[in-house]
Design a protein around this ligand. Structure first.
Ligand SMILES: [Zn+2]
Length: 214
């Protein structure tokens, strides 16, 4: 639209002054304007698509009595609040969910993983072999439902606590996916999509472990 107007204005100049230079100036400035305008629109559209996520959740002994899932507490930080946030991120998965966590016994997180699996999200779980069948472990339930789980008996504990959503959002920290970590420990979780190369290092290491444990 604007480039059209510029072109018209300069064409009129051309008619008046019969100046070829002005005509070419009009033509090239229209091309440059149109290119700049559309690359701006394109960049804006794409930057919205990949809006970075960076969040840290801290689990502390503050509001330690807030451990009722049905409770809608007003506090800014407690186990319930953090857990609900973590589940919102898990629920945001559109394609895949790769989990590499030492122990998974938190039933709410277990339910979230199972829910995503039933929605058709590709789930892969790497966990520590010695913890898989401990009381409360969600691993038997995952396996019973057909979720892919890999682990290996080893002197080396599979001690990681990271997960990757859609190969672009990293969840990582001290937090094991347990009730104790949620309501009884000082813990941290970083949730981030940036920097991209760092998240990709986790994706790549997950693939390495997945192949190794086959
Ligand atoms: Zn609370």
């Amino acid at each position: 639209m604007f480039s059209f107007v510029i072109n018209r204005v300069l064409s009129v100049y051309h008619l008046i002054y019969k100046n070829k230079g002005v005509y070419y100036l009009g033509f090239f400035s229209s091309v440059i304007f149109t290119y700049t305008y559309y690359s701006y629109i394109f960049k804006k559209k794409n930057s919205n698509d990949i809006k970075p996520v960076t969040e840290v959740l801290f689990f502390t002994d503050a509001n330690a009595n807030h451990n009722d899932y049905s409770r809608d507490c007003k506090c800014t930080q407690c186990g319930i609040k953090n857990l609900k946030k973590l589940i919102i991120y898990i629920d945001s998965a559109q394609v895949s969910l790769d989990i590499c966590v030492y122990t998974i016994s938190n039933t709410k997180l277990g339910e979230a993983v199972l829910r995503k699996y039933k929605e058709g999200i590709k789930i892969r779980i790497i966990t520590d072999a010695s913890m898989s069948f401990e009381i409360g472990s969600q691993i038997p339930l995952f396996m019973k439902n057909g979720i892919m789980v890999r682990s290996r008996e080893s002197q080396f504990l599979m001690h990681h606590k990271f997960a990757i959503i859609d190969n672009k959002l990293l969840i990582n920290g001290s937090f094991n996916w347990t009730e104790k970590a949620t309501f009884g420990n000082w813990e941290n979780i970083t949730i981030t999509s940036v920097p991209h190369h760092l998240v990709q290092r986790y994706c790549s290491h997950f693939e390495t472990l997945w192949k190794l444990l086959y």
